[in-house]
Design a protein around this ligand. Structure first.
Ligand SMILES: [Zn+2]
Length: 247
C-alpha cells in the first residue's frame, strides 16, 4: 500500500518536473565523469535527480544566485553515488546552501558537534549531521572534470557516512557486505596512507577515517584507476558498497 502511494507520488513529481529530458542531457554533458553511464543509467540518474530536487532545498548564501544550471549540476553529482541505491540514503535532512566562493565558518566545536568541514579557515564545503550540506560554487563548479577532485561527491559521501551517526568512515553497509572486512581494509589502508603518499590521492584524506572515505570516494568516481593502483581492496569494497563499477 505504502509502496504504491510512494510510487504514485514519485511519478507525479517526475511528470511535473521543471526540466525536460533534453535539459538533463545538456546538464549531464557538462559533467565529464558521467560519460561512462549508458542510456538506462542516465535516465535513472535524471529521475533520481528530479526526485532529489523535489526533496531538498537549495539556497544561495551571500547573494549567490541559484540558477537551473547550478541546481542540475549539484543534483546530478549528488545522486551519482546513490544511483544504484536509493534517495532514502539522503533521508533525515533537507537543505543545501551554496556560497559563491570559499567561506569562513564560525563553528569551532568540530567533532563534538558531528560537523565535518573542509579547509582550515576558508572552507569549500561542509556536511552537518542531520543538517545542511554547504558548498562553495567556485569549488563545486569544477567538480566532475575527471581530475580526482569532487567537493560535491565528497560532501554527499559524508552524508552517507552520517546515516548511522557521526562521520567515521563506516557507513551503513549493504546486506551482503561483511562489516569486519570493511573495517579491516579501511583501517589498514588508512594507516598506510598516513605515512605514504599515493599518486592522485589528496593528502587531506589522511586527516581522519571519515575524510579518508570521502576523499577516496571522490577518486572512485573521478579517476578509479588511481584508486585501484593505490588501494585495490578499497576499490573492491566500494564497488560492493556503491553497487557501481566506474572502471
Ligand atoms: Zn570532508
Amino acid at each position: 500500500m505504502f509502496g504504491i502511494i510512494k510510487e504514485w507520488r514519485e511519478q507525479r513529481i517526475l511528470d511535473n518536473s521543471e526540466f525536460t529530458h533534453t535539459d538533463w542531457l545538456h546538464a549531464a554533458k557538462r559533467i565529464v565523469i558521467l560519460d561512462r553511464l549508458d542510456e538506462d543509467e542516465l535516465n535513472r540518474l535524471f529521475n533520481l535527480a528530479t526526485l532529489f530536487l523535489a526533496d531538498k532545498s537549495i539556497t544561495g548564501a551571500q547573494g549567490f544566485e541559484i540558477t537551473d544550471a547550478v541546481k542540475q549540476s549539484i543534483a546530478l553529482q549528488a545522486c551519482l553515488p546513490i544511483l544504484n541505491l536509493s534517495l532514502e540514503w539522503y533521508a533525515g535532512w533537507s537543505s543545501i546552501i551554496i556560497y559563491p566562493g570559499s567561506y569562513k565558518s564560525d563553528s569551532t566545536t568540530v567533532d563534538e558537534m558531528g560537523i565535518v568541514h573542509e579547509g582550515s579557515q576558508h572552507r569549500s564545503g561542509e556536511a552537518w549531521l542531520r543538517g545542511p550540506v554547504i558548498l562553495s560554487w567556485k569549488d563545486a563548479k569544477h567538480s566532475g572534470e575527471r581530475d580526482g577532485h569532487n567537493v560535491v561527491i565528497h560532501e554527499f559521501v559524508h552524508k552517507l557516512d552520517m546515516l548511522n551517526g557521526r562521520a567515521n568512515g563506516f557507513p551503513p553497509l549493504q546486506a551482503d557486505m561483511d562489516p569486519a572486512r570493511w573495517t579491516e581494509i579501511m583501517t589498514r589502508d588508512f594507516e598506510d596512507f598516513q605515512t605514504h603518499r599515493k599518486s592522485g590521492l589528496d593528502r587531506y584524506g589522511a586527516t581522519n577515517p571519515a575524510e579518508f572515505f570521502a576523499v577516496l570516494s571522490e577518486v572512485f568516481f573521478e579517476t578509479p584507476q588511481k584508486l585501484i593502483d593505490a588501494y585495490p581492496d578499497i576499490y573492491d569494497i566500494m564497488v560492493k558498497f556503491f553497487r557501481q563499477t566506474p572502471l
